[in-house]
Design a protein around this ligand. Structure first.
Ligand code: ADP
Ligand code: MG
Length: 369
């Protein structure tokens, strides 16, 4: 019943709004990906990168400029939204305010015609099943205005699930919820997705959200897919500087570095051996957890602040070669650190250090011994 989704050279170009001077917008540029059957995919990137446009093309709300979409083996590119068998959930729950929760959930079923038409009893049973799945079966007689934001979004999810869609599409579904509810609801969405096994595309600009619930993430920038993979794989192995910077809290630290004689220098300090890399200037990305407090460490930073956060200690420092105003390193709370010292010295974990080309910001890989 559920199925893979194939996106083939999917492209969407919007004409310029201003006929004279404006340029057309390539909102989605040649997107190729097979979304595996039964998986939850996080479509991730900054605002305006083409996430919603991609989702709208999968849903049929927008027509691709070129390229194809398949659900399983079926080419659905020309199909209407109604005949695709999808469930859609938006950021603003878009419930009917004058209807009760039950009526809202029933609505998609009441619109079925022809061979799909259901009996009243069957519809009610289906609505109650969907409500139970999202745990709002106690609230069936309420109006949307009598529900919290989180409950309203659950109703929207139940309404999307009630037709037993082949594909579930969610566009920033948690953005209107407060922080606590956002955490809770994202776990709920994950549970529901696992229970139903529906192939799901989850759009968000929040990297932590995408990383925490997705089987795979797709990172986009300016309409172009940057990297696709399991969240941890993409975090551990970013293809370019953009992806490295977009994933991770606290974010990756970036330095201006130089490779000379297969050694990596930050300022004057020889911080790492990088076999096989030609002499050149590079960007050096170091994950916050990639620093080791080490009195003999090559990298000497000016200590600004130490923040103890329970399990971890966050060391804030500065360095001339840092591309950011501060360097944030996360070290184990067992470490004793002299907060009065002017300088803090680090050695580096090689697998947490990434080099990027200054020319195109792509990763330059070296062998980690
Ligand atoms: P996201 O969901 O990642 O924030 P969108 O898919 O909404 O991004 O938008 C991608 C790009 O396409 C943006 O530059 C946006 O301004 C443009 N865009 C989206 N919809 C339209 C439209 N209907 N007409 C013209 N440009 C659009
Ligand atoms: Mg959007």
């Amino acid at each position: 019943m559920h199925m893979k989704i194939v996106l083939e050279n999917l492209t969407k170009i919007f004409p310029s709004r201003n006929k004279k001077s404006g340029e057309e917008v390539v909102a989605v540029n040649n997107f190729n990906f097979t979304i595996p059957d039964g998986k939850l995919i996080g479509l991730l990137g900054p605002s305006g990168c083409g996430k919603s446009t991609t989702l709208y093309m999968i849903s049929g709300l927008q027509k691709p400029s070129s390229g194809k979409i398949f659900f399983g083996e079926d080419d659905v590119t020309e199909l209407s939204t109604e005949s695709r068998g999808i469930g859609l959930v938006f950021q603003n729950y878009a419930l009917y305010p004058h209807m009760t929760v039950l009526q809202n959930i029933l609505f998609p079923l009441q619109n079925l015609r022809g061979k799909d038409k259901m009996s009243k009893e069957a519809m009610l049973e289906r609505a109650h099943e969907a409500a139970k799945l999202v745990q709002i079966d106690e609230l069936m007689d309420r109006k949307p205005s009598e529900l919290s934001g989180g409950q309203q979004q659950r109703v929207a999810i139940a309404r999307a699930l009630v037709k037993m869609p082949r594909v579930l599409l969610l566009d920033e579904p948690l953005s209107n919820l407060d922080a606590r509810l956002r955490l809770q609801t994202r776990e709920e969405i994950r549970r529901i997705q696992k229970e139903t096994g529906i192939t799901t595309v989850f759009v968000t600009h929040d990297q932590e959200e995408a990383m925490s619930i997705s089987d795979m993430i797709v990172v986009m920038k300016l309409g172009v897919v940057q990297q696709i993979g399991k969240p941890q794989e993409v975090y551990d192995n970013p293809e370019n500087l953009f992806v490295a910077k977009f994933l991770g809290t606290p974010p990756i630290n970036v330095f201006n570095g130089v490779v000379r004689g297969e050694k990596l220098y930050i300022g004057d300090a020889d911080v790492l051996s990088v076999p096989g890399i030609n002499d050149q200037e590079v960007y050096v990305g170091i994950r916050p957890e990639g620093f080791i407090l080490d009195p003999d460490g090559a990298l000497a930073c000016k200590l600004s602040n130490v923040e103890v956060m329970g399990r971890d200690v966050s060391v804030v420092s500065t360095h001339e070669a840092s591309a950011n105003p501060i360097i944030r390193s996360i070290i184990d709370a067992d470490n004793v650190i002299n907060t009065a010292a002017e300088t803090v010295r680090f050695s580096l974990k090689p697998h947490k250090v990434f080099l990027f080309s200054k020319a195109d910001e792509n990763r330059i890989r070296f062998e980690v011994k």
